[in-house]
Design a protein around this ligand. Structure first.
Ligand SMILES: [Zn+2]
Ligand SMILES: [Zn+2]
Length: 364
């Protein structure tokens, strides 16, 4: 099959047509990929900075949707022809943490997919006869992916797969950070730092939650008009004195601040921009650097939270998000700044890196 392969870090992906993929094993499903968004985590993997993409060759891509082609033995959660989103995690529902509702702690071997392995510890991909590893167990910069049945979420016919794919990472992460992690209250004030793919979805979440004041900040002024169109009440060109800039808009600081940049130093500034008792959420993948905070600020009842994949549960949250898209309360179409064929992936990655695209989607 055709796939974009990461054979060495810091290098362009190699688009090849001879990547081998096995038939799905027990509990596994072969999905024909229709669309896969290019996310900041893919870029981090290319740069060798992702703790879950250490082994090469790797097939990146983890924000995807497609159509079920074939199912392995014993599969009950999907059938050939199903239009599906491939979620980033699934839960077994049977282990002790799952039964307590502590889904993040699921101990099922399906969680091996986070490291690019199937539940039996092997991989279904080969490049030049050598095992290849699908990023987060997905590897959707490819015509096909073999995934565990637990990660598939059905998509209604009315929703184009090129839009549905965005729900799998950028949307569930951004909206989930607001609704699950921070639990933003109606009438509150929100700061979003970073107006890229994830930040715009934090913004959409804040609108859904009924925030009265939504301030969005970015270092790139070109990104701010789109943020306004998504419902930001105030936009800021973020500078060194971000907390002061925010204080001039919301006296005393905001109720909730979200760092959607992953840039070292930004989280501390977002934290300092909250009021006494405020909550700050680190959204998306973290920088590999310590966080420097003033304990004095923490003392005044502030909260700092992390949030992996929107702090929720894809099997519960993705169907809700699909319903919100259907009712017109969540906008996917305007998040997409470009669609490219697989051959155009390296050019699109360069554009995303340069901050010229909010979200680029590879379509097949
Ligand atoms: Zn992602
Ligand atoms: Zn479990």
């Amino acid at each position: 099959m055709r796939a974009a392969v990461l054979t060495e870090f810091h290098a362009p992906l190699a688009v090849r047509d001879d990547v081998e993929i096995d038939e799905p094993g027990p509990g596994e499903v072969l999905v024909r990929v229709a669309a896969s968004g290019i996310c900041g985590s893919d870029l981090k993997a290319i740069d060798g900075k992702s703790p879950v993409a250490r082994r090469l060759p790797a097939i990146l891509g983890h924000e995807s949707a497609g159509v079920v082609e074939r199912v392995g033995a014993g599969v009950t959660m999907a059938s050939p022809g199903d239009r599906v989103i491939i979620a980033m995690t699934g839960n077994c529902g049977r282990c002790e943490p799952c039964r307590r509702g502590a889904y993040g702690g699921c101990r099922s071997p399906i969680r091996l997919s986070q490291l690019g392995q199937m539940r039996d510890g092997t991989t279904r991909l080969r490049v030049d006869g050598q095992d290849a590893y699908p990023f987060i167990g997905i590897g959707s910069f490819a015509e096909y992916a073999v995934v565990n049945e637990e990660v598939l979420i059905r998509v209604p016919d009315a929703l184009p797969l090129a839009q549905a794919c965005l729900l799998a990472c950028g949307v569930i992460t951004g909206v989930g950070a607001v609704l699950n992690t921070a639990q933003v209250q109606p009438g509150s004030s929100v700061l979003v730092v970073g107006a890229g793919g994830v930040g715009l979805n934090v913004l959409q979440g804040a609108v859904l939650a009924g925030a009265a004041r939504i301030v969005i900040a970015d270092v790139n002024p070109d990104k701010l008009p789109l943020a306004e169109a998504f419902g930001a009440t105030d936009t800021l060109l973020s500078g060194e004195d971000l907390p002061d800039q925010v204080g001039k808009i919301v006296d005393g600081g905001v109720d909730y601040a979200f760092d959607a940049t992953g840039v070292p130093g930004v989280l501390a500034k977002a934290f300092a921009a909250t009021r006494d008792g405020g909550t700050t959420v680190m959204v998306g993948s973290p920088p590999n650097e310590p966080i420097s905070l003033m304990p004095q600020q923490l003392f005044f009842n502030r909260t700092l939270k992390g949030c992996a994949g929107g702090g929720g549960l894809p099997a519960r949250d993705l169907p809700r998000l699909i319903d919100l898209v259907a009712s017109g309360r969540l906008d996917l179409a305007r998040l997409i700044s470009a669609t490219v064929p697989l051959d155009g992936i390296n050019g699109a990655i360069d554009e995303v890196r340069a901050g010229r695209l909010a979200r680029a989607v590879v379509t097949f």
